[in-house]
Design a protein around this ligand. Structure first.
Ligand SMILES: CC(C)(COP(=O)(O)OP(=O)(O)OC[C@H]1O[C@@H](n2cnc3c(N)ncnc32)[C@H](O)[C@@H]1OP(=O)(O)O)[C@@H](O)C(=O)NCCC(=O)NCCS
Length: 178
């Protein structure tokens, strides 16, 4: 995928050290961390480790996550889309999305995700793009439906997450759906 991608309001490029302060700030927000693998203690050192481990771009078949930064026209970090190519299925990509709280409710995630999905299918020849979400997370369910994901199923109390059993929704779209 050729980055940066440009949309009407946004620029999408691989997250760098210049994004670190804003990235750490929103990862520490309780309403953001609640739904994600990290906690509100997420630190600069955690971000540095992520940045050091991150590939320069999406690598087919690698299984490695890449954080794609979402910047507005003023260059401020609004959030990120995480993408990884699975290492056990060809042409299959998982995505995750996070916005800073101040960016919620403006269509930014929809705009960014649509551009990334288009590029995955068009440029990388994706066969399937999918996401997994906490079944209680209504904003992400609305987002994923809005951009065209199909709700494929719910695994009930399948994931021991942050001290409780949680249910997981799987969302997907196929090349032939488009
Ligand atoms: C999931 C998350 C990215 C969704 O963010 P969001 O702001 O709801 O999504 P969008 O940026 O697409 O904005 C859509 C909302 O803005 C509204 N909106 C306003 N202007 C808009 C525009 N120009 N275009 C589209 N939508 C617009 C929509 O009506 C919609 O609101 P609704 O969901 O109440 O109907 C956000 O809630 C988040 O970061 N949560 C924490 C992390 C998380 O849970 N990640 C998912 C883990 S799987």
């Amino acid at each position: 995928m050729v980055l940066p991608l440009h949309t009407e309001r946004l620029t999408l490029s691989v997250l760098t050290a210049a994004d670190r302060a804003a990235f750490v700030r929103y990862r520490r927000d309780p309403d953001v961390a609640r739904w994600q693998s990290w906690s509100t203690t997420y630190s600069d050192a955690d971000a540095d480790a992520l940045l050091a481990d991150q590939p320069a771009g999406i690598e087919a078949g690698s299984g490695r996550w890449v954080q794609i930064a979402i910047h507005d026209a003023g260059g401020d970090l609004q959030g990120d889309i995480a993408v990884r190519a699975l290492d056990d299925q060809p042409d299959t990509y998982e995505i995750g999305v996070t916005l800073a709280p101040a960016a919620h409710g403006r269509g930014i995630a929809s705009e960014a995700l649509t551009a990334i999905i288009d590029a995955l299918f068009r440029e990388l020849g994706a066969h399937r793009v999918f996401a997994v979400s906490d079944a209680r997370n209504e904003p992400v369910a609305r987002l994923l439906r809005r951009v065209g994901f199909r709700h494929e199923g719910r695994n009930i109390d399948a994931d021991r997450f942050k001290g409780e059993w949680t249910s997981l929704d799987t969302w997907a779209m196929l090349r032939r759906d488009r």
